[in-house]
Ligand binder design. Structure first.
Ligand code: ATP
Length: 208
């Protein structure tokens, strides 16, 4: 099975591209979904979060107050790192479990959609990697509209992430999602054709 990593920055269009892949019946392992599920799958993660960040981030039903915790950690690299150290090992384990399941089901290709694919070195385990890239001004406008945030709040989130420009160097393929969706779709089609032709064996042909 060919394993393909899909990544980007906040609001660059990973979910949009993921939906296009689902329409093509390509299975997706979604790291964001897994990051929510690990709290249920491994209750010790929630306990560790409560112990590290405080019980004010857990609601009366015992669930994590994601938005509150998100706002609390986004301005601090140190706090973000603390949260990642708790949940990332479990998320990675689940990603590879699910990839293995798709492999056993006989799928030819599977895509791992992960915002921090590169930061957590998951891309090294893939046969090919795709970055969904977007022009910075468009990125800010789209996130402001989608998440009802002020420009500065969006900038705080963008600045807390690895730069899209640095991510470009780590992947085999770049989709420019700054224009209309049809253009994004065409690029995706071409990339999938190439990946299937190469069988994912295009390591070392990274774009610079
Ligand atoms: P995040 O990682 O922050 O969840 P994402 O990378 O999954 O974001 P999307 O949610 O797919 O990004 O896209 C961000 C916003 O931009 C959404 O509101 C989406 O509908 C819109 N969008 C995505 N691609 C385009 C496009 N080509 N043209 C116009 N709007 C777009």
């Amino acid at each position: 099975m060919i394993k393909v990593g899909l990544t980007g920055g906040i609001g660059s269009g990973k979910s949009t591209v993921s939906k296009m892949l689902i329409q093509k019946n390509i299975p997706i392992v979604d790291a964001d979904i897994i990051s929510r599920e690990v709290l249920d799958l491994y209750p010790e993660t929630l306990e560790k979060i409560k112990y590290t960040f405080g019980k004010e981030f857990i609601d009366e039903g015992g669930s994590l107050k994601r938005r509150d915790l998100g706002n609390h950690i986004f301005k601090s690299n140190e706090l973000r790192k603390k949260l990642e150290n708790i949940v990332i090992p479990y998320i990675k384990r689940e990603i590879f479990n699910r990839l293995e399941k798709y492999n056993e089901l006989g799928e030819a290709i599977c895509v791992v959609d992960a915002p921090t694919l590169i930061e957590h070195f998951i891309h090294k385990e893939m046969n090919a990697n795709i970055l969904v890239w977007v022009d910075r001004d468009i990125q800010i406008k789209r996130v402001m509209a989608r998440d009802k945030l002020k420009e500065q709040e969006v900038l705080d989130r963008i600045n807390s992430q690895m730069l899209l420009e640095d991510k470009r160097k780590e992947v085999n393929y770049i989709i420019d999602n700054s224009r209309e969706l049809q253009y994004t779709k065409e690029q995706l089609e071409n990339i999938l054709t190439e990946i299937r032709l190469l069988g994912g064996n295009n390591e070392g042909e990274k774009k610079n």
